[in-house]
Design a protein around this ligand. Structure first.
Ligand SMILES: [Zn+2]
Length: 73
């Protein structure tokens, strides 16, 4: 069973559209455009975007596995 819409997995070079941090979520919108979000901005926009999105590639679980880069103190 193949998927009609294949979004590639997120790479380290993919950047959040909002803040240019590494992106962990790709959102594909109707019309074919896609948005990239870091974990921070995805949590902000998830509620609004999920109902509209054709596809959501959520790799935020990788944030938990890898040590935090930014100091969030
Ligand atoms: Zn961001």
């Amino acid at each position: 069973m193949s998927t009609t819409l294949t979004a590639p997995a997120l790479a380290a070079t993919d950047r959040c559209d909002r803040c240019n941090a590494q992106a962990y979520v790709r959102v594909v919108l109707p019309g074919g455009s896609d948005l990239l979000f870091c974990g921070h901005h995805w949590s902000r926009h998830e509620e609004a975007l999920r109902p509209k999105a054709l596809e959501v590639v959520d790799e935020t679980h990788r944030l938990v596995e890898s040590p935090a880069v930014s100091t969030d103190a």
